[in-house]
Design a protein. Structure first.
Length: 271
């Protein structure tokens, strides 16, 4: 059975590309902590770090010297997915790490056949074997061939959106790219939702951006917002998701609520 048929039938993993071509919007932080919250409720989760900066890998305390087989090898076909998977300290949560080698992948992918489908093919066996409930792909902050590969492999796209002045401008470009991918490469790709990040309730701009995005996308915007929180910022330097670093802080509680909301939406879709 094909990857598309498995994932759409609900028999395999739900693959979510966490994407925004703008950097610094909380994309990696959302990937790490959403995955951790999912694993906490017994979901089997795999993170695929597709960002050359490798911050998702660092966020789980994986030393760069220990990243021998990475997402670079998987996407380029040099190693199967299974050889690259690293088990984290979070029960039920694994990761395929990334290194700076991935920064040259776009040039190499451009020369390969089926260049937009490399990641989709690489994930196919894991989906067919039903090894995971969710696969979260942490995309690079660009609309590159790596991001296109993630969108082609994914069932849906989760967009972290910082509450700032130019938020809607960047979102429009990403939505246009998603439409193009849906029109020519992955007709079943959907928008999982938009998550408002770095929300500061003391700032009128945050409230205005949130209102504008909700007016624009309606119920595609998650009710849960992720606040600015120093504990969330501190956690990666300790090699831990914030839910392990300080599970009582407002940032941790927000990601728990986000996971609950996402899983609830998925149950409604499956019903």
């Amino acid at each position: 059975m094909s990857l598309e048929m498995q994932s759409k039938s609900g028999a395999g993993a739900h693959i979510i590309a966490v994407a925004n071509q703008k950097g610094g919007v909380g994309k990696t932080t959302t990937t790490i902590n959403l995955a951790t919250a999912m694993a906490a409720v017994k979901k089997r989760v795999l993170i695929l770090d597709l960002d050359p900066q490798g911050n998702a890998s660092t966020g789980f305390g994986i030393d760069r010297s220990a990243r021998e087989i990475t997402s670079y090898d998987v996407v380029l076909g040099a190693a199967p997915l299974g050889d690259a998977i690293v088990v984290t300290e979070v029960p039920g949560l694994s990761i395929v790490a990334s290194t700076v080698d991935l920064s040259g992948a776009d040039l190499e992918l451009a020369e390969l056949p089926h260049r937009n489908f490399r990641l989709r093919y690489a994930l196919e066996k894991a989906v067919a074997r039903q090894e995971y409930d969710y696969i979260l792909i942490d995309c690079p902050p660009s609309l590159s061939l790596l991001t296109i590969n993630a969108l082609v492999a994914a069932d849906s796209v989760l967009v972290p959106l910082q509450c700032e002045f130019f938020a809607l401008e960047g979102l429009s470009l990403l939505l246009k790219t998603i439409e193009q991918v849906r029109g020519s490469l992955n007709p079943h790709l959907t928008i999982n939702g938009v998550v408002l990040t770095m929300f500061d309730k003391r700032n009128n701009l945050s409230e205005q951006v949130a209102a504008d995005v909700r007016d624009y996308l309606g119920d595609k915007v998650y009710r849960t917002v992720i606040p600015r929180n120093v504990r969330v910022s501190e956690a990666p330097s300790h090699g831990k998701p914030v839910l392990l670093y300080d599970h009582r802080c407002v940032g941790s509680q927000a990601y728990i609520k986000l996971a609950r909301e996402l899983l609830g939406r998925d149950r409604k879709v499956a019903a």
